[in-house]
Design a protein around this ligand. Structure first.
Ligand SMILES: Cc1cc2nc3c(=O)[nH]c(=O)nc-3n(C[C@H](O)[C@H](O)[C@H](O)COP(=O)(O)O)c2cc1C
Length: 337
C-alpha cells in the first residue's frame, strides 16, 4: 500500500522539520507525559502535542517534573499547547516555558467546552479578533520557534465563511506558521462529519500549511478521501491514538502486531511513575475508555476498570480480561468518546 502523500515531505515550520508530518493531538487528560511516552515507544509521529495547558498555571508548575509539562528525550518533538485568555504575565510565562525548549507552541482557539469558553479561551478566543491578535503578538515576539494555532470553523452563523477568512488573514499577519484545522463548527462537538473538503480553499486563503484533523483513523481513511486531503501539509490524529497508540507506526508498517495486554500494563507502569496515586487511577480509567474499543467485548473490560478502587485492582481485572484472549474488533468505533 502506498501511504504517500503524508509520509513525505516532512513539514518544515521555521526551519524545524516534522518528519513525518503526523501529529498526535492535544487531548485533555490523555496527552500527558505517560501517554506520550507510550506513543513514542512505537514511533512514527513527527511530533506529539501536550494537552491544553493553562498558561497562567504554568508559572506554578515544576516544569521538569509535572506530568503535564515534562518531556523525555524518547518523545522526539513535543509541541506545547497553551490555553491563553489574555496577555497578562504572558511574557513571563513564555520565558518560564523556555526551560523545556518546546519544539513548537500551539494556541488553542478551538476548544468548544463551555468551561473553557466561559474563561474566554478556545473557541471563544477565536471569536474575539482583538484579543486573539494581542495574544499572538506576544507569542510571536517571545517565541522564535514554530507557532501554530488549532482552530475549528467558528460559529455556525450567517457569514461564518467570511469571518473565517478574516481570522485566517489575522493569523497570517501575526506570524503564525501553521494551522491545525478540525473542520467542524464550534457547536458540532464530535458528532457531525468533519468537512475535509474545505482544506483546499482554506489552505489557499490562509497561505499557511494546514494540518488536517478529525475522525482520521488510518491511511485507508485518508486514501479514501485523497483529493480532500491532498492540500493538507500534515495530519493530526486524536482519539484513535488513545485507542491505538501504535497508529503512527502503522503508517509505515500496516502489519505491525501489538501485545495489547502488555501495552495496557505498561501504560499503567508509566502513569504510576509520573502521577501521584490519587490521579493515576483516573488517568488509567480515561485511557481504558479508548483502549477498550479494540475489543469485541471491550465494554466488560471498560466497566471492570471503571469501578476499580485502585490501579492495582484495575491491573488484576485487566489481567483476567486479557487471560480470556479477547477477540479484537475488525473496525474500531470511536462514536460517543
Ligand atoms: C478527551 C479529549 C480531549 C481533548 N482535549 C483537547 C485539548 O486539550 N486541546 C485541543 O485543541 N483539542 C482537544 N481535543 C480535540 C482533539 O485534539 C481533536 O481535535 C478531536 O478529537 C478530533 O480529532 P480525532 O477525531 O482524531 O479525535 C480533545 C478531544 C478529546 C476526545
Amino acid at each position: 500500500m502506498n501511504q504517500a502523500p503524508f509520509l513525505a515531505p516532512p513539514l518544515a515550520l521555521r526551519g524545524v522539520a516534522f518528519d513525518p508530518p503526523l501529529f498526535c493531538a492535544p487531548m485533555a487528560e490523555i496527552s500527558h507525559s505517560a501517554f506520550r511516552r507510550l506513543v513514542a515507544d512505537f514511533g512514527g509521529a513527527g511530533a506529539l502535542f501536550t494537552e491544553m495547558l493553562s498558561a497562567k498555571q504554568l508559572l506554578n508548575e515544576e516544569l521538569h517534573h509535572s506530568p503535564w509539562t515534562k518531556r523525555r528525550a524518547c518523545e522526539g518533538r513535543v509541541i506545547y499547547q497553551l490555553l491563553v485568555v489574555d496577555t497578562a504575565k504572558l511574557p513571563e510565562i513564555l520565558d518560564h516555558l523556555a526551560a523545556l525548549a518546546p519544539d513548537g507552541l500551539d494556541l488553542n482557539s478551538s476548544c468548544p467546552a463551555p468551561t473553557i469558553r466561559a474563561m474566554g479561551g478556545g473557541a471563544d478566543l477565536f471569536e474575539d479578533a482583538t484579543r486573539l491578535r494581542a495574544i499572538l503578538r506576544v507569542l510571536r515576539a517571545r517565541f522564535a520557534g514554530p507557532l501554530t494555532v488549532k482552530i475549528r470553523l467558528g460559529r455556525e452563523e450567517e457569514g461564518w465563511r467570511a469571518r473565517l477568512g478574516e481570522r485566517l488573514r489575522l493569523l497570517r499577519e501575526e506570524g503564525v506558521d501553521g494551522l491545525t484545522l478540525h473542520p467542524r463548527f464550534a457547536g458540532d462537538k464530535l458528532k457531525r462529519a468533519p468537512r475535509h473538503e474545505l482544506y483546499a480553499e482554506l489552505a489557499a486563503e490562509a497561505r499557511l500549511p494546514i494540518i488536517a484533523n478529525g475522525d482520521i483513523l488510518d491511511p485507508h481513511y485518508v486514501h479514501s478521501r485523497a483529493a480532500d486531503f491532498a492540500p493538507a501539509a500534515g495530519l493530526m490524529l486524536g482519539r484513535i491514538a488513545a485507542a491505538r497508540p501504535w497508529v503512527f507506526a502503522q503508517w509505515k508498517n500496516p502489519a505491525l502486531a501489538v501485545d495489547h495486554a502488555a501495552l495496557w500494563q505498561r501504560f499503567c507502569d508509566y502513569v504510576e511513575e509520573d502521577f501521584a496515586a490519587a490521579r493515576a487511577l483516573g488517568r488509567v480509567k480515561i485511557f481504558t475508555a479508548y483502549f477498550c474499543r479494540n475489543f469485541l467485548f471491550g465494554h466488560n473490560f471498560f466497566t471492570s476498570v471503571q469501578s476499580a478502587p485502585t490501579v492495582a485492582v484495575a491491573r488484576e481485572r485487566a489481567a483476567k480480561f486479557f487471560a480470556g484472549q479477547p477477540a479484537l474488533t475488525r473496525h474500531i468505533n470511536l462514536a460517543g468518546i
